[in-house]
Design a protein around this ligand. Structure first.
Ligand SMILES: Cc1ncc(COP(=O)(O)O)c(C=O)c1O
Length: 381
């Protein structure tokens, strides 16, 4: 059988592959500590679950308007404005089944055959495959030599960006590094993208999970409103990964194009899940605060444990990941970690950082302590 080149060009998600390996070893009775997972280890707040049940009972079973129910888009519009300094009207928002779908639609709208997109590495695993499916050409700017930060990499970015560049993807807080980019860095990006007429997709899915007081949304920077697509979702902030709910805000002309892809692929996000999303945005401040403070404690714990064992890394300021050095070959290092120490982590290769491994600390204190202890006992750190 012959398949399309677009599928031949991409590989299955590496994070999913590690999860599969961990469950296979568990089935053999091996006690695996899974520090690979990219989802909160909390349940969705009860009030959100209640609203979803009520919505099902009330008969919200049909399609909704393709871009999402107006009440939810209004709530997202208010969230953008009050929390991010972004002005997207409800007509400039599409509600999607997960942020991943929003990213897919945005990239498909901007990138065509041969168009260049810049990805800052280490980068989340799906940007490059989606750009590649769209037919785009990927140019990487590696932030590893700059401590995973964007501000010190500005001259490198300046060297790389050109009038051929159509898109740059920014992800702050970053998965996998936990870096949060400063206003100064984002203003630097603004100057470059305006000069070269480049669009920005700003993936802000970890925005609520930050441990510093200052956070800047790319689209809120002067001059960026009409060239930024802001993507966010409910998976991480409200522990709703399996519900599949996300969204994008973008200038009206871009939304008009993306809405065509949306309507021909998913039609709309699930009806009762959208109702639950309204509750999440309006009534869960305290639950989010509690989750974030718990993640912060665990981040501090893991940094302390690593430092006690001679691994000093820069303090991640958001998300729930740390990147740690993993010898010369992160894939082999992670293989050894899972086979011998029974600790699952994602090889940095998956993010474009082959000498690292990503640890997720969305796990219990006991598991984090035990996991680091096991890695030490096998001489991995
Ligand atoms: C950086 C980043 N963007 C987007 C997503 C997709 O999230 P969703 O579950 O909303 O599709 C993830 C999920 O891991 C992520 O880490």
């Amino acid at each position: 059988m012959k398949f399309a080149q677009r599928v031949e060009r991409i590989q299955p998600s590496a994070t999913v592959a590690v999860g599969n390996k961990a469950s296979m070893l568990r089935q053999k009775g091996i006690d695996i500590i899974d520090l690979s997972v990219g989802e909160p280890d909390f349940k969705t707040p009860e009030n959100i679950v209640k609203v979803a049940k009520k919505s099902l009972d009330a008969g919200d079973h049909g399609y909704t308007s393709s871009k999402g129910i107006l009440e939810l888009r209004d709530a997202i519009s208010r969230y953008f404005s009050s929390k991010c300094g972004l002005e997207y009207g409800s007509d400039e928002i599409i509600v999607t089944p997960g942020a991943k779908q929003a990213l897919f639609e945005a990239i498909m709208t901007i990138i065509g055959e041969g168009d260049e997109a810049i990805v800052l590495t280490p980068a989340w695993v799906s940007y490059e495959p989606i750009i590649s499916m769209a037919g785009g050409k990927i140019t990487r700017v590696d932030l590893e030599p700059y401590g995973f930060q964007l501000a010190p990499a500005m001259s490198k970015l300046k060297e790389t960006i050109s009038s051929r560049t159509k898109l740059i993807v920014i992800n702050s807080p970053s998965n996998p590094t936990g870096a949060v980019y400063s206003r100064e860095a984002l203003e630097g990006v603004r100057d470059l993208v305006v000069d070269n007429d480049v669009m920005v997709i700003s993936d802000e899915i970890y925005k609520e999970i930050t441990y510093i007081s200052e956070y800047t949304s790319m689209g809120s920077i002067e001059g960026m409103g009409d060239r930024t697509v802001t993507v966010n979702g409910f998976s991480k902030a409200y522990a709703m990964t399996g519900w599949r709910l996300g969204y994008m805000g973008a200038p009206a002309n871009l939304i008009e194009q993306a809405a065509k892809i949306h309507s021909h692929t998913v039609t709309c996000a699930t009806n009762m899940v959208q109702h639950a999303g309204i509750e999440a945005l309006l009534n869960t401040g305290k639950s989010v605060e509690k989750m974030v403070s718990s993640f912060k404690e665990r981040r501090n714990l893991i940094l302390q444990l690593l430092s006690e064992n001679g691994v000093d890394i820069l303090t991640p300021e958001g998300a729930f990941y740390v990147m740690i050095p993993a010898g010369d070959n992160g894939i082999e290092w992670c293989e050894k970690a899972i086979e011998e120490a029974h600790v699952a982590m994602v090889p940095g290769e998956a993010f474009g950082a082959p000498k690292y491994a990503r640890i997720s600390y969305a796990n219990s204190v006991e598991n984090i302590e035990e996991g680091i202890e096991r890695l030490c006992s096998k001489g991995l750190i």
